[in-house]
Design a protein around this ligand. Structure first.
Ligand SMILES: NC(=O)c1ccc[n+]([C@@H]2O[C@H](COP(=O)([O-])OP(=O)(O)OC[C@H]3O[C@@H](n4cnc5c(N)ncnc54)[C@H](O)[C@@H]3O)[C@@H](O)[C@H]2O)c1
Ligand SMILES: [Zn+2]
Length: 358
């Protein structure tokens, strides 16, 4: 499959789609970096780090940090800076983020800030990273309990996506990525949404050709939004469909809910608003719930309290002057920004939680 060119105002780069890591040296040959460090978390490194290092060449460095969102922070960044300094990495070097969104965000941030910016590439290994976090150049770390508070917009030199890496990913993480895939269909393309529904069995069985089309299409959708609004001043906000509610569920679950699962509940909350306002019909609303459930995005034991959820939403950085903006649907494939009242929010939350058995 041909690479996808992501051309933003600040930079352009290719996303390569492959069935293994063996094509990576061929891509690197075009660049001629003097020194390369592959950075990975403690889970992904066990599976792929040695293979990738060996493919790139004998002088490739490897760095491993402890897996998990809680390590996407300045302490881990500092340890990586130290490693880079001790091994004389400079502006002619390249960092490769081999892993999920945590690795990509962290390594991108280190690359953006070390020596005022060195080159980096992404080799995303979760579905979420392959279709979402590796496209668009948002990098960052969490700080004082705030997600992605410290960060930079910084584009990679290229993205190398090994679709077969998804074979070792656990079901829960795959489902988390599927929530974002479904989001792309819901906000940006009815035909794509229908493609997902028609091919759901093959997607679930990790059929290579279908996954390749799916990942390509999702990257294309995210790219089309990002290139029009690289620094998130308007259009890019529609990617937050399901997220204003979702972030509240994610935080209040103490991050026990995956990001995608939280967003899935949030999407049903937002879709219910669309249903109430006749932007979508009953059948469309039901199809959204069914497809999310099909991918396992339902059920969770919780003691969520509606007041707490709403308060948490008011804390969200997208809240201005005490008014919450959410993205809702304008038909399947279209998005709209609305400002629901507190009472409407409460109705949406109740429905979202009930429909997905939370
Ligand atoms: N930059 C952006 O635009 C953007 C967009 C969305 C999300 N994000 C960020 O992405 C992060 C979430 O990403 P994620 O869901 O990929 O989480 P993650 O990187 O923590 O990966 C999830 C888990 O899967 C494991 N894993 C990864 N690839 C694997 C594989 N192929 N086989 C087996 N295990 C594997 C990881 O070790 C980890 O335990 C969050 O920090 C979020 O803020 C960023
Ligand atoms: Zn998301």
């Amino acid at each position: 499959m041909n690479p996808l060119l992501v051309d933003t105002p600040s930079a352009g780069y290719n996303i390569y789609f492959a069935g293994g890591f063996s094509g990576l040296p061929g891509v690197l040959k075009n660049w001629g970096f003097e020194k390369i460090c592959v950075i990975s978390d403690s889970n992904v490194s066990k599976l792929y780090l040695e293979e990738v290092k060996a493919l790139i060449g004998p002088n490739t460095y490897g760095y491993v940090f402890e897996a998990g969102e809680r390590n996407k922070n300045l302490d881990t960044a500092r340890l990586i800076y130290e490693f880079l300094i001790n091994n004389c990495f400079d502006r002619k070097s390249l960092l490769i983020a081999l892993g999920g969104g945590v690795t990509g965000d962290l390594v991108g941030f280190v690359a953006a800030t070390y020596m005022r910016g060195i080159s980096y590439a992404q080799a995303p290994t979760t579905l979420l990273a392959q279709i979402d976090s590796s496209v668009g150049g948002k990098t960052g770390v969490d700080f004082l309990g705030n997600k992605n508070l410290i960060g930079a917009f910084y584009q990679p030199k290229f993205v190398y996506t090994n679709i077969n890496a998804l074979k070792t990913l656990d079901k829960r993480q795959f489902a988390s990525g599927m929530a974002e895939v479904i989001k792309h269909g819901l906000i940006m393309g009815k035909p794509y949404y229908e493609f997902i529904i028609e091919n759901k069995e093959k997607i679930n069985a990790l059929d290579f050709d279908i996954l390749q089309s799916l990942i390509f299409k999702s990257c294309e959708i995210k790219k089309s939004i990002v290139r029009q609004d690289e620094k998130e001043s308007g259009l890019r906000e529609i990617l937050n469909f399901g997220h204003t509610f979702g972030h509240a569920f994610e935080t209040l679950s103490g991050f026990q809910l995956t990001h995608g699962h939280s967003v899935a509940i949030g999407m049903v909350c937002s879709a219910y608003y669309a249903l109430q306002n006749n932007y979508i019909n009953e059948d469309e609303y039901a199809s959204i719930i069914n497809i999310l459930k099909y991918f396992g995005l339902y059920g969770f034991n919780n003691n969520f309290n509606e007041e707490e959820i709403i308060s948490q939403m008011y804390l969200d950085k997208k809240t201005k002057n005490n008014v919450i903006s959410i993205i809702t649907l304008k038909g399947i494939g279209g998005a709209l920004i609305v400002k629901p009242s507190r009472q409407e929010l409460s109705l949406c939350i109740n429905r979202g939680l009930t429909e997905l058995g939370v």
